[in-house]
Design a protein. Structure first.
Lengths: 195, 96
């Protein structure tokens, strides 16, 4: 992730001395990684830039705890994911799903899925993502996180383990239950559309 | 049931194809805001540690003072037993 010209060891050394230039370079280097994670798990009422800022301040404040045993990207990812998870937990209201609240494109995607068994085209990707995100908002934060990582971001179980620190058995059980809940919500939404 | 499973799978696969464009560039002033927040936080942390240290020192000083006041009060109010001390106590009492 870090580019070839970027000397992470020198940067970390600078951060431990509270060098502001090193901190700026660190933020510039790891911003795309943090932004990607924050965008994938952003609570509804949070601004992505604000959440990125919170993540970076947390990282810089705890840099002394980074032992260097894992790549810095993994450590940063874990902090970013935990921060997003806490922000999702703070968003206590989980909205009720209603067909009437869907946009025209979102309803069209669901209609297309019900009409035949062919795969949706790339043109429907953005609307499909919107539908899935609407469904995910009704799930618990950890369930939402898992579905996003495994089904939308293409993480493997090991990647999820690295990023969250949960063990594989927990991930499997939680992912199964999360998927069952998602299926139930999907069925409820579809049954509203058939009325 | 199976049909709904398949529909959900197709929906998830289509949603997984969506890749939002991630801007590589850091927004203007972002790094400065982060660094300022970090430095301010570190300052607060240091001040917090100093406050904690002073509070502990103050509490220790109060405890030492309370013990010494208690001891001296006890010494002043109890009548001594041995003869020399009785004489000294009487002389002091006369002077007062």
């Amino acid at each position: 992730m870090a580019d070839a010209g970027f000397d992470i060891e020198a940067c970390l050394e600078g951060l431990r001395r509270q060098d502001e230039r090193a901190a700026s370079n660190f933020v510039r280097e790891l911003y795309p990684l943090v932004l990607k994670i924050v965008r994938s798990h952003l609570p509804r009422r949070s601004a992505e830039e604000d959440l990125c800022q919170i993540v970076f301040i947390k990282i810089l404040s705890n840099i002394a705890q980074y032992s260097g045993k894992v790549p810095i990207e993994h450590w940063v990812s874990r902090i970013a994911i935990n921060t997003c998870l806490n922000a999702l937990k703070a968003e206590s209201v989980r909205p009720e799903l209603r067909w009437a609240d869907l946009s025209v494109d979102q309803a069209a995607v669901l209609d297309a899925l019900a009409a035949d068994s062919t795969e949706l085209g790339p043109d429907d990707a953005a609307s499909s993502r919107d539908v899935v995100e609407t469904l995910l908002r009704a799930l618990k934060p950890k369930d939402r996180l898992l579905i996003t990582m495994l089904h939308l971001e293409g993480y493997s179980m090991d990647d999820v383990k690295q990023a969250t620190g949960w063990n594989i058995a927990t991930i499997k059980v939680r992912a199964f239950r999360a998927r069952q809940k998602l299926k139930q919500l999907f069925q409820e939404l579809n049954s509203q559309g058939k009325l | 049931m199976k049909n709904s499973d398949s529909s959900l799978d197709r929906l998830l696969r289509a949603a997984g194809q969506y890749r939002p464009t991630v801007a590589e560039e850091v927004p203007f002033g972002f790094a400065t805001r982060v660094v300022a927040g970090w430095i301010a936080g570190a300052g607060r942390e240091r001040m917090g540690l100093e406050t904690l240290w002073f509070r502990r020192a103050f509490l220790c000083a109060v405890a030492v003072m309370a013990v010494s006041v208690g001891c001296s009060f006890k010494t002043d109010t109890t009548a001594p037993n041995d003869e020399m001390a009785i004489a000294s106590y009487a002389a002091t009492a006369d002077l007062q």
